[in-house]
Ligand binder design. Sequence first.
Ligand SMILES: Nc1ncnc2c1ncn2[C@@H]1O[C@H](COP(=O)(O)OP(=O)(O)OP(=O)(O)O)[C@@H](O)[C@H]1O
Length: 301
Amino acid sequence: MYLLIVNPHAGNGKAKQAFERIQKMESFHSIEQKTLFTDAPGEGKVIAANYSGDRRIKHVIVIGGDGTMHEVMNGWVNQEVPVSFIPTGSGNDFARGTGQNRNAEKQWQKIISSPDRYCYWNGRVQLDNSENKKFINSIGVGIDAITTEAANKSRLKGWLNRLGLGKLIYLIALIRVIWSFQPMNIRLKYDGKVRTLQNVWLISAANHPYCGGGLKVVPHAVLHQEYLSILIVHQISRKKILLLFLLIIFGLHRFLKEVELFRTKELVIEADSPVRYQADGETGRLRTCLITKDQRAVHII
Ligand SMILES: Nc1ncnc2c1ncn2[C@@H]1O[C@H](COP(=O)(O)OP(=O)(O)OP(=O)(O)O)[C@@H](O)[C@H]1O
């Protein structure tokens, strides 16, 4: 049996519309399925956790945005069962990063008819409160987390989403927070090295290059079982950070001397005081964390 988890709210209603179109397809009626709708933030994880032990389920299909996929990946524990995705959110970075079809009907058809399965290795972060989370796209510490938090709280977000200008909210939020952001002092441990960095604006660890709705923020990132791709921005002036975000649009930020790119199997971040992070857009605070790849692959189509 297929378990369909649909976030009707994702993509400002796009997910709901896509599900309604899929429901009208002949192939929808040819399979055994159970469809559940998330009715609040966090529900995707709860549903996935509740159904993980159900042996009748042979395949999970998520219809929603990256936030919904993030929640389901964090709730679903049965690694034998594929977790497929019909990207109908506003950003759809996971679909870009994994090369999935962004046409809902085509993606549906592929999922239910193709025998192919691909392995995907999520990232994993262990926080200082011993909470353990998976991330499908990336985790960021610093200015991107503060921007995400400000964008999520903004009342403008709903308005802009309704006008189809949802991505603008991140630019507006960035311009708002950039003047008050306090760069961080961070200790990094990786590959047997310990580095103390001052004036750090951003540390991002990614499974693939895309973030923020199609921007190649971590341009050197590759899908890999063991390696995370890391981007660090430090020792940069407040004015130049605006230039950096402009250059990200064209993929040219990698040439700034304040941008460091490397790959590693695990990264420890230690901050002097609690700092904000975002994992696939879900925000929180941490003082220390260990970031790795999840060694158990998830099968996707
Ligand atoms: N019924 C609901 N009402 C309101 N929010 C919901 C509901 N169901 C889930 N959510 C929340 O909606 C949020 C946004 O969903 P999601 O990230 O999937 O879509 P999106 O933001 O449009 O897409 P993307 O992340 O790709 O930009 C998630 O954080 C999820 O917790």
